[in-house]
Write a protein that binds this ligand. Sequence first.
Ligand code: SF4
Ligand code: SF4
Length: 338
Amino acid sequence: MKYTTLGKTGLRVSVVGLGGIPIQRTDAKGTRKVIDACIETGINYIDTARGYTVSEEYLGEVLEGRREKFILATKTMARDYDGMKADIEKSLRNLRTDYIDLYQIHNIKTDAEFATCFGENGAYQALLEAKAEGKIGHIGATAHGVEAFERLITEFEDQIETVMFPYNIVENQGEKLMALCKEKNIGFIAMKPLAGGNIEDATLAMKYILANPNCSIAIPGMGDAEEVYQNAAAADADGLTDEDKAACEAIVKALGQNFCRRCGYCAPCPKGINIPSNFLFANYLRRYGLADWAKSRYFSMSATAKDCVSCGTCETRCPYELPIRAMLKQVAVDMGDV
Ligand code: SF4
Ligand code: SF4
């Protein structure tokens, strides 16, 4: 396993970390096998989230007695002081530890969220307090949109030590900002290495990401030991061969026309539909076997694919010219939202 320094946190992390979303579809026994495989292959970084239902709990259970072997990262959607304070305590209890290495503000997006998080009674104040008390080591944030990514590393570069953002063979919209992260010594954590399940060749996907020197670490979701072995092996590979590059180009060609990159340019929808979230949850349903998880999130949205009235406004804005209306129709069918 190769190791690197995660930006200004100074943490020495394996270049591949465990993404904790799929832990939800296993159990404590399955989680133990995943963690054993991580130790065996040298993976020392675990990323989870308050929002991944039982992920923190299962991890906490199997990490008892060996927590020190790992750098633990988690995150929450809490935006205000009280919410963040409560979630840090909950994460500590769930993970059965008195110390979390990296705590992240999860999926920050709107102006209002930035104002609340970094305002007087915001989540950031609670993070700072927890850091001073020794409950967390470092503070990071995650984003899905380029605009939020840019704000984090320009306006909030003194507050944030790491940023997590999608990066993979077909989602390279953050590449320029990744270079800026490197310049500013902000750790870059690549999420969605398989583009939400759209890329099937996991080894190639990992090789592509790790070939970028501006990426500190990639965190593929891993729900069984085989996936751990496969991703760890990809980390040991020496860059991309010409054959690999051709395979990447073929994937871009195949997915490029009909693949949502979650850039957000299609918003706002007059019916209030969050278009990229509809596609994201459908992918989790189709590719990851996380039907309950995907459906519970899908149906918690105030407007879903079936509310589309086919006005076509979104399609005029999508830079990738996606057939959004047809794609949403398929989402509604797959979700049983008819
Ligand atoms: S076509 Fe559907 S999803 Fe697109 S803007 Fe109109 S109502 Fe919204
Ligand atoms: S549908 Fe198009 S515009 Fe909307 S988020 Fe996806 S890629 Fe971007």
